[in-house]
Design a protein around this ligand. Structure first.
Ligand code: PGA
Length: 225
């Protein structure tokens, strides 16, 4: 099983979300539902679009799961602006924690990331825990680890599949039973290079996931592995 995860980051308005789903769903119409049984497809829209996204996913009967891009380190309550795990669990099954953009622009450190993991787990959400390099701290009980070298994010430069595969071996040895996902400038041209390595269990796609055609191309190729 391979994870194909789209991270929309801070992009798209209401109409653009509708347009994405309309286009994306048309591709699925021509395919058998079972064609994607080897994939766990996850889309992570901004919080503000979770309600709409879930409705559109259900309306078009798409075989995809939803994830959040972040989560509050606190429970529900007096935390202005925060979105708690309990609130998210109405909409999503997964949550990205520790993305390097959260670490860099929002100052999130290992302590706060651990609190977020605890909140996610308590609400039965599955964390996709991102690390910038193989020596980064990973809390216990993480099942999905995203390896995302900072220099490869949004730059058009990827790590080599060989090096990323080596990182997968190293990280999985230290975290037995976990899945290792690669992220950083993945697109339809290079996605299979990572997905066909021995130890990489999926890909995290930023920029290319904003375009339903590119996201679809990646999925349809991955479905044939
Ligand atoms: P990118 O982003 O595909 O645009 O490089 C990857 C990520 O940050 O998840």
């Amino acid at each position: 099983m391979k994870y194909i995860i789209g991270n929309w980051k801070s992009n798209k308005n209401h109409l653009e979300v509708k347009d994405w789903f309309q286009k994306f769903s048309q591709f699925f119409v021509k395919e058998k539902a079972t064609s994607f049984n080897n994939l766990e497809i996850i889309v992570c829209p901004p919080y503000i679009h979770l309600f709409l996204t879930k409705n559109l996913r259900d309306k078009y009967k798409l075989p995809i799961k939803l994830g959040a891009q972040d989560i509050s380190p606190f429970d529900s309550g007096a935390y202005t602006g925060a979105i708690s795990a309990k609130m998210l669990s109405e909409f999503v099954e997964y949550v990205i924690i520790g993305h390097s953009e959260r670490r860099t622009h929002f100052g999130e450190d290992d302590k706060i990331l651990s609190q977020k993991v605890t909140m996610a787990k308590d609400a039965s959400l599955e964390p996709i825990f991102c690390i910038p390099d193989k020596t980064s701290f990973i809390p216990d009980s993480i099942s999905i680890i995203g390896y995302e070298p900072v220099w490869a994010i949004g730059t058009g430069k990827t790590d080599t599949p060989e090096n990323a595969d080596g990182v997968a071996v190293f990280v999985k040895q230290k975290n037995p039973g976990s899945a290792l996902i690669y992220g950083g400038s993945v697109n339809p041209e290079n996605a299979l290079n990572f997905l066909t390595t021995k130890h990489i269990d999926g890909i995290l796609i930023g920029g290319a996931s904003l375009n339903p055609i590119k996201f679809w191309e990646i999925i349809v190729n991955a479905a044939k592995i």
